[in-house]
Ligand binder design. Structure first.
Ligand code: AMP
Length: 579
């Protein structure tokens, strides 16, 4: 049977996993790594490459790389890459295509079905964008799964049989999600989810970069506008320093010159205390979603038996400390926070494919937003439009179908405009318009003709709305997908064709490609004597590649790797995920 894979499509890193009879396991990428940076590079020949090599290349050629595009999923924004523009869906599609090809190499057969995760707080548009990205990559998206639910499933799978209430605290590269989950009798029930779509580890990094520039009398905004190379390399330095400060008390950030060169770099020492002071205002933003999740789950902090940390940014000691203060207990991190979401997605893929390993597991999830329609309200004799009337309350268990009765407001009103919104605001202007349609054929008569509006929200968080004129039983069905802003069917088809045109580098070249990109980046950062040594190694490696002699190539690879392990200022771990 064709395997179904589970994919964590992350802001910073992505991962792919599958379910074995004994549990979920990650599938290695072409470099043998367990996680793949969500970075896409496009070289001069128009060839695409994804992952660690693209992340290295990004430092030298930010114009030829795209990253952090998950933040723009479902918006109209496009991103420049190598002289072309791409939608976030296309870029995510290229990451997914790379993961799909890793899975195909692993299984030795085509893979076309996947469960893909997204932040619980992704709105309807962002979820559709994720499904579109899957299709662009040639994948049928069997299920969109909330990331914290995926993490809970991974824990639930491993620790079935212990009844308890968990809070999943997921602070990733670009998003923060919190979910409260109840485990009992082989059932995993999500009680509530809340979050922030633009809060994550990258904010700490960028804030550090801004403060470091401030310390030497420069403005981050101005630098971003005028010296993008300086900013790209400074942010990369800050990323390394931030991770180092999770283990050590101080770290040195090297601020390059305007051209991004390190010859005359200014060294700035940053302490853990500095970082924590800068991070505090960012971290304060985790409070509200936590309060909201607790309230929706009708839970107090004391009733949480365990707090589970997910996402790379939960490695920061400050984050761990803050969580401990909030809940009065040490949070847990038994599974690797970078891997747990993909592992949970693989379990869900097993549920979709009815794998034997999960036949006793039942998972339920919730709708993260309130869904409803616009209504008019009477104030005295006045009728005012623009009010939001909920049909499905947030954190209702899904799938769910709810019906509410509405009435016409004017005599002989022959049609009713149904405007569907998502959000928590009292007025529709504070919420997101998902779609609208007209219900015609209402019989003439006085005001007060009845129309039933039914909302059906499925397991993927996709909404269908059906209106029925009560007196005539006339029905109008509207799948929000077709009218929501975002990619239409035709746009998806076009994107599939466009992305298929882009060549990808052969898999077997991935290791060499990554090594070259890394060595080129390190080269720029080294003092002259080491540069000379690395230059010679690079020349030898490139000559070796020309010979196509596997033994010669392996010898040069080894020499380069040894050199880089000693002299790469960013450390020795190509995936950047060492503890
Ligand atoms: P994720 O999206 O879950 O892969 O999380 C990525 C984020 O975690 C990035 O912003 C990383 O900078 C951050 N991160 C990874 N490792 C560490 C670490 N050791 N200390 C601090 N932040 C980290």
């Amino acid at each position: 049977m064709e395997p179904i894979i589970g994919i964590d499509l992350g802001t910073t890193n992505s991962a792919v996993a599958h379910l074995t009879p004994t549990g979920p396991e990650l599938i290695p990428n072409s470099l043998g790594g367990r996680v793949t940076p969500s970075v896409v590079g496009l070289d001069e020949s128009g060839t695409v490459f994804v992952g660690a090599a693209a992340r290295e290349f990004q430092v030298l050629r930010p114009d030829r790389c795209a990253a952090l595009f998950k933040r723009y999923m479902g918006t109209d924004r496009t991103l420049p890459l190598g002289g072309k523009t791409f939608t976030p869906e296309e870029l995510s599609g290229l990451v997914l295509r790379a993961l799909k090809s890793d899975a195909e190499a692993f299984f030795g057969q085509p893979v076309t079905r996947a469960v893909i995760t997204c932040p619980a707080y992704f709105n309807d548009r962002q979820r559709k964008a994720t499904i579109a990205a899957g299709r662009i990559a040639g994948l049928t998206v069997e299920r969109i799964l909330n990331e914290p639910t995926a993490a809970a499933i991974a824990y639930g799978f491993h620790e079935a049989g212990q009844d308890r209430r968990l809070l999943i605290f997921d602070l990733g590269g670009g998003t923060f999600d919190v979910s409260i989950v109840e485990l009992f009798d082989g059932t995993l029930e999500v009680r509530s989810s809340a979050g922030e779509t633009s809060l994550g580890g990258e904010d700490f990094t960028r804030s550090m970069a801004a403060r470091v520039l401030e310390m030497i009398g420069m403005s981050f905004e101005r630098a971003e506008a005028t010296t993008p190379l300086l900013v790209a390399r400074l942010v990369q330095q800050c990323e390394v320093a931030k991770c180092r400060l999770s283990r050590e008390e101080t770290a040195v950030v090297r601020v390059p010159d305007a051209a991004g060169e390190f010859k005359n770099a200014k060294d700035v020492t940053v302490t853990r205390e500095n970082l924590e002071t800068w991070a505090n205002p960012i971290l304060a933003r985790i409070e509200l979603p936590i309060r909201r999740a607790l309230a929706d789950a009708k839970s107090t902090r004391d009733q949480i038996n365990e707090v589970i940390l997910v996402g790379g940014a939960t490695r920061m000691p400050l984050v761990i400390r803050r969580v401990k203060e909030m809940f009065g207990k040490d949070p847990h991190r038994r599974l690797n926070p970078d891997e747990v979401v993909a592992l949970g997605a693989a379990v869900q893929a097993g549920l979709v494919g009815r794998a034997g390993a999960v036949e006793d597991l039942v998972v339920t999830d919730v709708a993260p937003f309130t869904l409803g329609v616009e209504v008019a309200k009477h104030f005295g004799g006045d009728l005012q439009n623009g009010f939001f009337d909920p049909v499905i309350d947030r954190n209702t268990t899904i799938p769910v179908s709810r019906v509410k009765r509405y009435t016409t407001v004017a005599p002989n009103q022959r049609s009713l405009a149904v405007k569907v919104y998502q959000g928590e605001g009292r007025k529709v202007t504070d919420n997101l318009l998902l779609g609208e349609f007209d219900v015609g054929g209402i019989p003439a008569g006085p005001a007060g003709q009845e129309v039933d509006i039914r909302f059906t929200y499925d397991m993927n968080g996709v909404l269908e709305v059906e209106a029925t004129v009560v007196s005539t039983k006339r029905k109008v069905t509207h799948v929000i997908a077709r009218h929501a802003k975002g990619l239409t069917e035709e746009q998806v088809r076009r994107a599939v064709r466009e992305m298929e045109k882009l060549k990808a580098h052969p898999r077997e070249e991935a290791v060499n490609r990554f090594l070259l990109a890394r060595a080129e980046r390190v080269f720029k950062e080294l003092p002259a004597d080491l540069r000379r040594a690395l230059g010679e190694l690079l020349d030898g490696f490139e000559a070796g590649l020309e010979t196509r002699d596997p033994e010669a190539i392996a010898k040069h690879q080894e020499a380069l790797n040894i050199f880089l392990s000693l002299h790469d200022p960013a450390g020795d771990d190509p995936t950047g995920n060492a503890e």
